[in-house]
Design a protein around this ligand. Structure first.
Ligand code: ADP
Ligand code: MG
Length: 246
C-alpha cells in the first residue's frame, strides 16, 4: 500500500543567526496522523525548527512543504498556512485581559472572520474538547498553568488545523499539572491529529509517539520508534542525553 503523502515535508533546512548556523541541514517528513517527538539538548535547534515551519523564522536554505503548500515560496499566503498549523508554546501566550472563551474566539473572529455567534459556538466546542467547558468565563489568572495551557491548545484547535506543533508544552508547569495537558495531547493523537512535539516527557513519548527524533547541534543524529531510541540508542550523544533524562 502506498504511504500517504506527508503533511509536513522538510528538506535541507538551514537557518543561521548572523554567523552562527543553528540548523545545518534537516530532512524530516511527518505523515498524516503521525506524532513525532523531538528531543535534544538545549540549544540544539528544536524551537528554531518548529518556528521555521510557520515562518516565524525565515530559513536560510532548504524547503518546507505543508499540506501541499511550499511555505517558503514568495507568493505563499503565510497567514493561510499559519491558520492550518497550530502552535502551542511553553508559556501559553494568552491575553491576560480576556477570558478563556475570549482568547479562543479572538483568532476565530480575526483570522477566520467568524461572526460572534459562530465564534462563540466554536470556542465552546474547543474548550469542551480540552475539558474546560466550565471555565469559559475565567481569566487566565484564575486558571492553573495546566488549564491555561489547555486554553492555548483549544485556541489552536478552534482553527481546525491540519497539524499542531508543540514547543515544550509542559515545561513551565508544576509537576502535578503536567498530566492534564498530556492527557489532552493523547486524546488529540487518538483523534488522528498530526503532531510534532518538542518535550522532555519521556513517559509520554513511550506511550504516544510514533517516532522519536533526536537533534544535536542543528542536525538530526538519530530517529526511530521510542523503544529503539530510548532502549538502545545508537548515537553516543543520544545515549548521554537519554541517560540524563531517566
Ligand atoms: P532549542 O529549542 O533546542 O533549545 P533553539 O532553537 O532555541 O534551541 O536555539 C538554537 C540556537 O539558536 C541557540 O544557540 C540559540 O541561542 C540560537 N538562537 C535562537 N533564536 C535566536 C535568535 N532569534 N537570534 C540569535 N540566536 C538565536
Ligand atoms: Mg527550545
Amino acid at each position: 500500500m502506498p504511504r500517504a503523502a506527508p503533511v509536513l515535508s522538510i528538506r535541507g533546512l538551514r537557518k543561521s543567526f548572523g554567523a552562527v548556523e543553528v540548523l545545518r541541514g534537516i530532512d524530516l517528513d511527518v505523515a498524516p496522523g503521525e506524532l513525532v517527538f523531538v528531543i535534544g539538548p538545549s540549544g540544539s535547534g528544536k524551537s528554531t525548527l518548529l518556528r521555521c515551519c510557520n515562518r516565524l523564522e525565515v530559513p536560510s536554505d532548504g524547503s518546507i512543504h505543508f499540506d501541499g503548500t511550499d511555505i517558503l515560496a514568495p507568493g505563499t499566503d503565510i497567514n493561510g498556512v499559519r491558520r492550518r498549523i497550530g502552535m502551542v508554546f511553553q508559556n501559553f501566550n494568552l491575553y491576560p485581559h480576556m477570558t478563556a472563551a475570549g482568547n479562543v474566539t479572538l483568532a476565530l473572529r480575526q483570522v477566520l472572520k467568524k461572526d460572534r455567534r459562530e465564534a462563540d459556538a466554536m470556542a465552546a466546542a474547543a474548550l469542551a474538547r480540552v475539558g474546560l467547558a466550565e471555565k469559559r468565563d475565567a481569566y487566565p489568572n484564575e486558571l492553573s498553568g495546566g488549564q491555561q495551557q489547555r486554553v492555548a491548545i483549544a485556541r489552536a484547535l478552534a482553527l481546525e488545523p491540519k497539524a499542531v506543533l508543540f514547543d515544550e508544552p509542559t515545561s513551565a508547569l508544576d509537576p502535578e499539572l503536567v498530566g492534564s495537558v498530556l492527557a489532552v495531547m493523547r486524546d488529540l493523537r487518538e483523534a488522528g491529529m498530526t503532531m510534532v512535539v518538542v518535550s522532555h516527557e519521556m513517559g509520554f513519548a513511550r506511550a504516544a509517539a510514533d517516532r522519536v527524533v533526536v537533534m544535536d547541534q542543528g542536525v538530526i543524529v538519530e530517529q526511530g520508534p521510542p523503544a529503539a531510541v530510548f532502549g538502545a540508542p545508537q548515537h553516543a550523544r543520544t545515549r548521554a542525553f537519554v541517560e540524563q533524562l531517566v
